[in-house]
Write a protein that binds this ligand. Structure first.
Ligand SMILES: *Cc1c(COP(=O)(O)O)cnc(C)c1O
Length: 367
């Protein structure tokens, strides 16, 4: 296979489009994992991440070598062991993955299930915690499998009232939706590089608040051990060979986030989501979640009864070079997942996607 020659228009659930500026950063010469210049860049990146997460003073932020799932595992590996009572709030594929991860690390996991395609009701979380209590609550901010935004501010407040530490999955929200680690009282929060931040996958942002740092457990994972990673990032002690090119890419992408400004970026994601939702309505398509529960970064579009879901995705790819995602789990075949994240959240992209979708649907209905 030759290398790709033209840019694939990545409008699935991630990876998203990477800007030329980030691609150019990756072409700089490789430095070793303990080079003073690289470590200085990593110090800058820790500061960037603390600001982008809006984390309190005394937090530890870094980027895990790996993807969003690796950051998820780092959060769990350092906060959950066999003595930990966990309440996992589960209304989608990724929340289920977090709950499973807590189980693997020995946690006593109870699941609060709610409907796929709706946001969780904070009162249900309150009832679950009043009945049984928990040491840790896990919840997904942006549930990429259903296109739903969960009310983290309320859930975190309730968890704190009950003395529980909250682990938040912000993989599809960091850089696209408001996220306030300090103000909302979040314990640990993680994300990834390849969704709303706009870098290739391979390094995943994570932050532990002072509360979380105080409640750490002995990690059974070597790769994701918080203490060993603090030794590396802060005290320059070898742990693993970090990929310098990915450090350059993530740092550049975070610089672009801060140059645009977090608020401006959230507004941009909201505005283009709204335009897309209106345009989809005009060509007879609707979104799965009710308006109040919708993500701006990932649109779960219902597949009409008379349409072949996979054939539409294939035609978008072949005729327009556009990638959109399929449904996961119980939503397989029922929705398309259309991401407008990072560089992909633009007016030109919305117009292109609507035109392409309309054309593909019309062709399929003609037969
Ligand atoms: C994409 C995603 C993940 C997993 O991230 P990877 O980078 O694929 O490992 C976890 N949680 C959510 C909500 C996601 O959207």
């Amino acid at each position: 296979m030759p290398l790709p020659e033209s840019e694939r228009i990545l409008l699935g659930p991630g990876p998203s489009l990477v800007s030329p500026r980030v691609m150019r950063a990756m072409a700089a010469p490789v430095l070793s994992h303990l080079d003073p210049e690289l470590m200085a860049m990593m110090d800058q990146m820790r500061d960037q991440l603390r600001r982008v997460f809006r984390a309190p003073a005394g937090s530890f932020a870094c980027a895990v070598s790996g993807t969003g799932t690796s950051a998820m595992e780092m959060a769990v590996a350092n906060l959950v062991d066999h003595k930990t009572r966990v309440l996992s709030v589960v209304g989608g594929y990724f929340a289920d993955r977090v709950a499973g991860m807590c189980q693997r690390y020995g946690g006593q996991v109870r699941r609060l299930e709610y409907e796929w395609g709706r946001a969780v009701d904070p009162d249900a979380v309150r009832r679950a915690l009043s009945q049984n209590g928990a040491d840790v609550v896990t919840v997904v901010h942006a549930e990429t499998s259903t296109g739903v935004l969960n009310p983290i501010e309320q859930v975190a407040a309730i968890a704190r009232e009950h003395g529980a530490l909250v682990i938040v999955d912000a993989v599809t929200s960091l850089g696209g939706h408001r996220l306030e680690v300090e103000q909302w009282g979040i314990g640990a929060c993680y994300s990834c590089a390849q969704k709303c931040i706009g870098a290739p996958s391979g390094m995943a942002p994570i932050v532990f608040s002072p509360d979380a740092l105080a409640r750490r457990v002995a990690s059974r994972s070597f790769s994701f051990d918080l203490g060993l990673l603090e030794d590396y990032w802060v005290r320059r002690k070898y742990h693993h060979t970090i990929c310098a090119s990915l450090v350059y890419a993530l740092r550049e992408a975070l610089s672009m986030v801060e140059e645009e400004g977090l608020e401006a970026r959230w507004t941009r994601h909201r505005d283009h989501h709204t335009t897309l939702a209106t345009g989809l309505g005009a060509i007879g398509l609707s979104l799965l979640p009710p308006e109040s529960d919708r993500l701006w970064t990932l649109n779960a579009v219902r597949v009409p009864d008379d349409i072949d879901e996979a054939a539409v995705r294939a035609q978008l790819l072949v005729r327009f070079n556009i990638e959109v995602g399929a449904g996961l789990g119980p939503l397989a075949g029922k929705i398309w997942r259309v991401g407008l994240m990072g560089a992909g959240s633009s007016p030109a992209i919305v117009v292109l996607l609507l035109g392409a979708l309309e054309s593909v649907l019309r062709a399929q209905r003609r037969g």
